[in-house]
Design a protein around this ligand. Structure first.
Ligand code: AMP
Length: 287
């Protein structure tokens, strides 16, 4: 496992790799967990070389303070990564990625961007798009791996890669869950034990939606109300949104059809949890 800090070194290595087989890339913000490890395993199995990056992308947070509060544990991450077959860990500094006076941004516009901005705040879309573009430029992967967990990220990256003709294949892998259904996430560690006990309610609410659809219900409003009712059985859960939408554009649906994404975001205390399940166009469930 080679650790690279410098951008030039990463790009030089990436260029050298061009002659060989495919390079797989897993961008992360660290706090490596089973969800990340699933992406890393896939990259290793499917590609000649695998690269994971650990970088808290300050641009996509509402403020610098918020970015600084994001949990970091590099030594533990490296220990965990050494147990995998990852070839390269890319660990650049903030000032290397965004050298002052950094002033060139990738700014998605249109309905998808507006929709996600309304859910995540103004900086998120531009910060994410700029950060991902930059990393794809530096690492030059053939395949980039993302989790279905972050559907907003997936939607933005799909659009970005298409619009800017970036030569990369995207692989989107299913959500890895705890035994009780809670989607694994770096923020779960911030939940108290009481909050952790009720956190799987988000997944339960999604499964209520799934059951209704399986029973033939098609009216989005009816399904959302049932999901909302499940969430509100726990007064500590403050729903932010319940959405039944198209998986690429995240446009709300009135009538559910195969190819519908069911999404929930809620606050428990000050921890924001998001989860989703997908009813695919061929009527399979990605839960
Ligand atoms: P993050 O470090 O939170 O930015 O996540 C890095 C990548 O891991 C993103 O593509 C996430 O969607 C993915 N990821 C995070 N949690 C999970 C999970 N529970 N299952 C699958 N992928 C995940």
């Amino acid at each position: 496992m080679r650790i690279i800090h410098e951008l030039e070194e990463m790009t030089k290595v990436a260029r050298g790799l061009l002659v060989g087989g495919p390079v797989g890339f897993v961008p992360t913000m660290g706090n490596i967990h089973e969800g990340h490890l699933a992406l890393i395993r896939a990259a290793h199995e499917e590609c000649e070389m695998s690269v994971v990056s650990i970088f808290v992308n300050s641009l996509q947070f509402p403020s610098l303070e918020a970015a600084q509060q994001y949990p970091r544990n590099i030594q533990r991450d490296l220990q965990l990564l050494r147990t995998t077959d990852i070839d390269i860990v890319f660990l650049p500094s903030q000032s290397a990625v965004y050298p002052p006076p950094f002033s060139t941004y990738v700014t998605p516009t249109g309905r998808l961007a507006e929709r996600i901005e309304s859910e995540r705040g103004k900086n998120f879309v531009r910060g994410l798009a700029t950060g991902i573009t930059k990393f794809l430029q530096i690492v030059r992967p053939d395949v980039a791996y993302f989790g279905q967990k972050d559907v907003q990220q997936v939607a933005i990256v799909r659009q970005l890669v298409r619009d800017l003709s970036i030569d990369v294949t995207l692989r989107i892998l299913p959500i890895i869950r705890e035994h009780d259904g809670l989607a694994i996430s770096s923020v779960n560690m911030r939940l108290s034990s009481e909050q952790r006990a009720i956190a799987p309610t988000l997944y339960k609410a999604l499964l209520i939606g799934k059951t209704l659809i399986e029973q033939g219900e098609r009216q989005a409003e009816v399904i959302k109300q049932a999901m909302q009712a499940t969430l509100t059985t726990q007064p500590q859960i403050v729903p932010e949104y319940i959405s039944l939408c198209h998986p690429d554009m995240l446009l709300e649906m009135e009538e559910v059809t195969p190819g519908t994404l069911l999404r929930i975001s809620s606050l428990i205390g000050d921890v924001r949890l998001a989860d989703n399940i997908l009813w695919t166009t061929n009527r399979q469930w990605r839960v």
